[in-house]
Design a protein around this ligand. Structure first.
Ligand code: ZN
Length: 346
């Protein structure tokens, strides 16, 4: 398949490569902690950043039994905790690095009081005082390595298809959602395996959660089970307008309502700031369970999924605007959590 790529440079505040993220975290983090959370199928390091003290309260019950006892707080220990806890991960689909760019700007804010553009953000920093925040900037590094670019801003949908979903050896595109019909995909049959998939050809969003689970998925489950956060945000991207995506299938009425309230806050804020979000809140729950459901069951955290725009030529966004989408998203979620403490989400 021949694709024509437009050469677009990326600004210094746009850190999304595996090397760039690692170098930044090694050289710039003083207040938080950086650690290797796990390794991908291809043996690549999965790095995590943690800000704020972890409150290690004893685990005396499983989430399932606490929930069944109608006392989920026995598991979450929310009433005893001083701080709220937020867990955010990016790039489980390796070309979806717009959230990573926003997250690296938030880390710089937390570490140095300015984002990577040199701008202050007092409101976000004030909210962060009430939080422990754990960030995995690139949760599926195999796909990220195969996506040999730093951005899709200004690119055609052919370029998006080539890197995100991939191209078979016969030159035909590997199309969404048909690539979900076989898993793992036959990696050797690809000219370019899409960044959606790890080196085993698995889309972790639909992993074999109770069987041959992938190391990236296992890493996220272990992290959220240890953290027991109040809220989990998964940062995805697509070729359409930005917005909060379909609520997880397993959310109950209370959690669903919370997600809708957050989606409205985020959408309203981004409309006010002329960031062109998708103008409707998606009220229909997913028909199939996905990684968000598993992380919800593993931790009790409210599971959110946001779709950034890639900024391809069909739905243009600048790097600057994509960073603003991220920072407004993180701030609105934290603000909602401060008001409600994400209770009661069960
Ligand atoms: Zn995605």
């Amino acid at each position: 398949m021949n694709i024509t790529e437009t050469q677009v440079g990326t600004p210094d505040y746009w850190i999304t490569s595996l090397d760039g993220v690692k170098k930044y975290l090694e050289q710039n983090v003083k207040k938080g902690k950086v650690f290797t959370a796990g390794y991908s199928a291809g043996g690549r390091e999965i790095l995590a950043y943690a800000y704020g003290e972890k409150e290690d309260l004893p685990q005396t019950v499983s989430l399932s039994s606490a929930w069944a006892a109608r006392k989920p707080e026995l598991y979450t220990r929310a009433p005893e905790r001083k701080k709220l806890s937020l867990f955010i991960y990016g790039a489980i689909h390796g070309a979806e690095i717009e959230g990573t760019a926003g997250l690296m700007n938030m880390i710089n804010l937390l570490e140095h009081g300015l984002d990577l553009r040199g701008r202050k953000n007092e409101s976000l920093l004030k909210l962060a005082e009430d939080y422990r925040i754990v960030i995995v900037p690139i949760s599926q590094p195999d796909g990220r390595a195969r996506f040999r670019r730093n951005s899709l801003v200004g690119q055609s949908l052919d370029v998006f298809q080539y890197y995100a979903h991939g191209v078979w050896k016969d030159g035909s595109p590997c199309k969404y959602p048909y690539h979900k019909e076989v898993m793992p995909l036959p990696v050797k049959d690809f000219e370019q395996l899409g960044a959606y998939f790890n080196d085993n050809g698995v889309n972790c969003q639909h992993d074999d959660f109770f069987g041959n689970i992938q190391p990236e998925t296992q890493t996220l489950i272990r992290l959220v089970h240890e953290e027991r956060p109040d809220c989990i945000l998964s940062c995805h991207s697509c070729e359409a307008d930005p917005g909060m995506s379909t609520p997880a299938a397993s959310l109950q009425e209370e959690g669903l309502l919370m997600e809708q309230q957050i989606a409205i806050s985020v959408m309203s804020r981004q409309m006010r700031e002329n960031l062109r979000p998708y103008h409707r809140v998606n009220l229909r729950q997913a028909k199939a369970f996905i990684l968000q459901d598993i992380l919800y069951m593993a931790s009790g955290a409210l599971p959110l999924l946001y779709e950034f725009p890639h900024g391809c030529e069909n739905i243009p966004f600048t790097h600057e605007e994509i960073i603003d989408l991220g920072l407004t998203l993180f701030e609105e979620i934290m603000s909602y959590g401060k008001e409600t403490r994400f209770r009661n989400r069960f």
